[in-house]
Every structure is written in structure tokens, then in C-alpha cells.
Design a protein around this ligand. Structure first.
Ligand SMILES: Nc1ncnc2c1ncn2[C@@H]1O[C@H](COP(=O)(O)OP(=O)(O)OP(=O)(O)O)[C@@H](O)[C@H]1O
Ligand SMILES: O=P(O)(O)OC[C@H]1O[C@H](OP(=O)(O)OP(=O)(O)O)[C@H](O)[C@@H]1O
Length: 226
């Protein structure tokens, strides 16, 4: 009898998720698609960032939302879940977002102080505070305005009152944060939902990635039909 050829064990498929607010809505969908992290993932005291899965051929990494896209675009993770705001901001050519998961609904909007919005003036240049420099520049360019973006990572709403910028571009959900900081939404740049994202090369070369996309696709179709 001839010996079986020794085939290398494939590395676990790495699935990246953001650590914050999308996660609660994403976990049930992931579970239905067979992406189930082990108990340590839910242990608040654990400082681990990478977790085994019930399916030992997978692992989950938990990173910041913007970094989910970076890990997947560079092939360090093969798939993940992230908001379309992040997908559009980076526009990585190697990142493909094949499934709209219809969770994590919000919008990327321009906002400014209420009293300023009441007296609009024509301008050719603006200073805008945002975590989204690329989307911000593109939006204002489309209006013939050159936007100088002051990059902030949070608490954007403080910028106009403190003279850092005349406007902000930030995510809005209930509108409460804008209201409580004396700002009004003046235009919507992008409606946002969470997407399943995959690395394009991995999709072509790893059948497990294509199978994962099909499972998420089927789940979303099933939910839409219900
Ligand atoms: N009201 C909201 N504010 C911010 N993000 C929202 C909101 N509603 C939905 N989202 C989605 O959640 C994403 C942020 O996800 P999450 O909070 O999981 O990330 P995070 O890694 O904790 O973020 P950060 O890096 O800012 O700490 C946004 O990119 C967006 O797609
Ligand atoms: O319209 P709302 O329902 O008020 O939500 C919008 C707020 O939520 C997000 O901040 P988040 O709470 O994620 O904190 P962050 O400033 O750390 O991003 C976003 O940046 C807004 O500040």
C-alpha cells in the first residue's frame, strides 16, 4: 500500500470584527453563518485580540473598525464585517464588499452650528473636522469647495464651538449628539450599513472564503424573504 501524500493543514481562516457597536448586531448573523467565537471572546476581563472558533478552521480577531478594512485589504484577515463608511473612506482595490448585512444603520453627514446654518454664505474653501478625510474632501470637491480636513478620532462635535473648524463630517444615528452640542445636520453624504468584506485574492484562491460569502448571502436573502 502506498503512503498517503502529506498535505499541509491550511491556516485558519481569519475573520475580523470591530470591537464596538456593530458587534452586538453582527454576532447572531455570524453564528448563523457558522462563525462562532469561543467563550473567551465574551470574557470582559480577557485582553486577547485573537480567538479560536467553534469551527477550528476559523479564528476571529477583534480590532478597531478602520483596522478591520486594513487587515482584510492586506490579506492578513480573509474576511470581516465593517461599516460601508469605512469601506468607502479607504476604497482599497483589494477589498470587496459583496454582502450588505442591513445592520449598523446610520449616515455620514455634514453638520454645523445652528446659527451658522441659518445664514448660509458662498465659500470656496472650508475647514472641516472629521475622521473621514477622503470622503469629506470628495464631498466638498463635488460642490466646487476645497475642504481642509482637520483629522479627529472622536468628539468632532466640539470643533466648531472651539474654532477648530466651521463644520464637521461625522456619523449620525439618532441625531442626539449633534443636538446636545448645538449643531444641525445640513446634508447627508452617505447612508451607512455594515457589510461583509473579503480580500479579493483570498476569494479567488480559497474556497472557504467563497463558501462564507454564499452563507452570508443566503442568510440575508432568507431574512429579506421572511
Ligand atoms: N451612531 C453611530 N455612531 C458611530 N458608528 C455607528 C453608529 N451607528 C452605526 N455605526 C457603525 O459602527 C461603526 C463603528 O463600529 P464600532 O463602534 O464597532 O467600531 P470601533 O472599532 O469601536 O470604533 P472606533 O475605532 O471609533 O472606536 C461605524 O463605522 C459605523 O459603520
Ligand atoms: O446620532 P447619535 O445617535 O447621537 O450618534 C452619533 C454619535 O455616535 C458616534 O460616536 P460614538 O458614540 O461611536 O463615539 P466616538 O466619538 O468615540 O466615535 C458618532 O461619532 C457620533 O458622535
Amino acid at each position: 500500500m502506498s503512503a498517503q501524500p502529506h498535505l499541509p493543514t491550511p491556516l485558519p481562516l481569519t475573520f475580523a470584527v470591530p470591537k464596538g457597536r456593530i458587534l452586538d448586531e453582527a454576532l447572531p448573523l455570524m453564528a448563523a453563518a457558522g462563525v462562532v467565537p469561543d467563550a473567551e471572546f465574551h470574557d470582559k476581563k480577557s485582553r486577547a485580540l485573537s480567538f479560536a472558533c467553534v469551527d477550528s478552521a476559523m479564528r476571529i480577531i477583534r480590532v478597531r473598525a478602520f483596522d478591520v478594512a486594513t487587515f482584510v485589504a492586506h490579506g492578513a484577515a480573509q474576511a470581516g464585517i465593517v461599516g460601508s463608511d469605512v469601506v468607502e473612506e479607504f476604497a482599497y482595490p483589494d477589498l470587496y464588499a459583496p454582502v450588505d448585512l442591513d445592520i449598523g444603520h446610520c449616515r455620514l453627514s455634514v453638520a454645523e452650528p445652528a446659527e451658522q446654518a441659518e445664514r448660509p454664505t458662498a465659500v470656496s474653501h472650508l475647514r472641516v473636522a472629521s475622521k473621514y478625510p477622503s470622503l469629506t474632501r470628495r464631498h466638498f470637491e463635488g460642490m466646487g469647495i476645497q475642504a481642509e480636513v482637520v483629522k479627529l478620532n472622536g468628539a468632532m462635535e466640539l470643533a466648531p464651538g472651539l474654532g477648530l473648524a466651521s463644520r464637521i463630517v461625522d456619523l449620525v444615528s439618532t441625531g442626539r449628539t449633534l443636538k446636545d452640542n448645538g449643531l444641525v445636520e445640513t446634508s447627508v453624504i452617505l447612508p451607512v450599513t455594515a457589510r461583509l468584506i473579503v480580500n479579493r485574492a483570498a476569494l479567488k484562491t480559497d474556497a472557504r472564503v467563497a463558501a462564507l460569502v454564499e452563507r452570508f448571502r443566503a442568510l440575508v436573502a432568507q431574512r429579506d424573504a421572511a
